[in-house]
Design a protein around this ligand. Structure first.
Ligand SMILES: Cc1ncc(COP(=O)(O)O)c(C=O)c1O
Length: 265
C-alpha cells in the first residue's frame, strides 16, 4: 500500500478536516487553536470568507495561466499592488512556487549581479531543502546529512542570538559582527562575496520580501551593521519574526559559552 514519505515529519498527529478562523478541526471534529497559521500562509485565518470567495471566483475563471506562456490580469494586478507597498527602488517582481525557489532566485540574482561567487549565511537559518537552499540551511544536520557534497561557496557566520550564547544582546551582536569581519578577512574576501542572508527566521513570504529584506550585498562592516539594524527594523522592514510571529527554535539554549566563543570573544 502506498504511504506518505517519512522524509518530512509532522509537528502533530492531527489530521485536519477543516479550518475556521484561528481554529482547526480534526476528523472527529475536535477543535484546535492553530498557532502556526500555516507558517504564515493563512494569516487572515482559515477560510476567511473574502479569500474563499476570491479563490472560488478565480478557479471558475482561469485555473492556471502559466506565466512563461501567457500573462493574466491577477498577476499584473498583484505586481501593481505590491509596487504600491514596497519601498522605492524595489520595483521588479518575480514569483516562484516555494521558499526554496525564492532563495535560489536570490542566490542566482546576487551572483549574476555582482559576478562574485560566495554567500554568507547566519548559523541556524533555514532556507529550504533544495540543494542550493539546503547548502545555506544550518538549522539542523537533518537537512544536510547524507546529501553531500552540497553547493560550494557558502560561509556560515554566527547569529547574534543572546539566548543561544547566554549573553546580553549587545555582547552577542558585537561578537557576531566581529565574526562576520573575521570571515570576510579569512574565508571570503569582500570582492568574492556576493551576498549574505540575514534571515534566521522561518518565513513564508513573497520572493520580493525575501530578496529585499533578507538578502543584502555583502562585503563591509558597515553593511554588516546595516544587517543588524535591519533585524531590528531600522530600515523600515520589520524583522521576519515580528511579521509572522513564528521563529525557528534556537538550535540550543545555553548559558555556557563554547570554547570557541570564549577564545574569540
Ligand atoms: C525563511 C525560509 N526560507 C525558505 C523556506 C523554504 O520554503 P519552502 O519549504 O516553500 O521551499 C522556508 C520555509 O519555511 C523559510 O521559512
Amino acid at each position: 500500500m502506498a504511504q506518505l514519505s517519512q522524509i518530512l515529519k509532522q509537528a502533530t498527529g492531527v489530521v485536519a478536516s477543516r479550518g475556521e478562523g484561528v481554529l482547526l478541526y480534526d476528523e472527529d471534529d475536535r477543535r484546535y487553536l492553530d498557532f502556526t497559521a500555516g507558517i504564515g500562509v493563512t494569516s487572515t485565518g482559515h477560510c476567511h470568507p473574502r479569500v474563499v470567495e476570491a479563490a472560488q471566483r478565480q478557479v471558475g475563471t482561469l485555473i492556471h495561466g502559466q506565466y512563461t506562456t501567457v500573462l493574466h490580469r491577477p498577476l499584473l494586478t498583484l505586481v501593481e499592488r505590491l509596487g504600491d507597498v514596497l519601498p522605492p527602488g524595489l520595483d521588479r517582481m518575480f514569483f516562484a512556487n516555494s521558499g526554496s525557489e525564492a532563495i535560489e532566485a536570490a542566490l542566482r540574482l546576487s551572483r549574476q549581479a555582482t559576478g562574485r561567487p560566495n554567500i554568507i549565511v547566519f548559523h541556524g537559518g533555514f532556507h529550504g531543502r533544495t540543494v542550493a537552499a539546503g547548502s545555506l540551511t544550518t538549522s539542523g544536520t537533518k537537512f544536510r546529512s547524507g546529501f553531500g557534497p552540497l553547493m560550494a561557496g557558502v560561509h556560515v557566520s554566527p547569529f547574534p542570538d543572546p539566548g543561544h550564547f547566554g549573553w546580553p544582546t549587545e555582547q552577542a551582536t558585537e561578537f557576531a559582527l566581529a565574526q562576520l569581519d573575521y570571515i570576510l578577512q579569512t574565508l571570503s574576501a569582500p570582492a568574492d562575496t556576493a551576498a549574505y542572508s540575514s534571515s534566521r527566521y522561518w518565513v513564508r513570504a513573497a520572493t520580493c520580501r525575501q530578496i529585499s529584506a533578507s538578502w543584502r550585498p555583502a562585503g563591509t562592516r558597515r553593511r554588516a551593521r546595516d544587517a543588524a539594524g535591519a533585524r531590528r527594523g531600522a530600515d523600515g522592514f520589520r524583522p521576519h519574526g515580528q511579521v509572522l510571529a513564528k521563529r525557528c527554535k534556537p538550535s540550543r539554549t545555553s548559558t555556557t559559552r563554547s570554547p570557541t566563543c570564549e577564545a574569540l570573544a
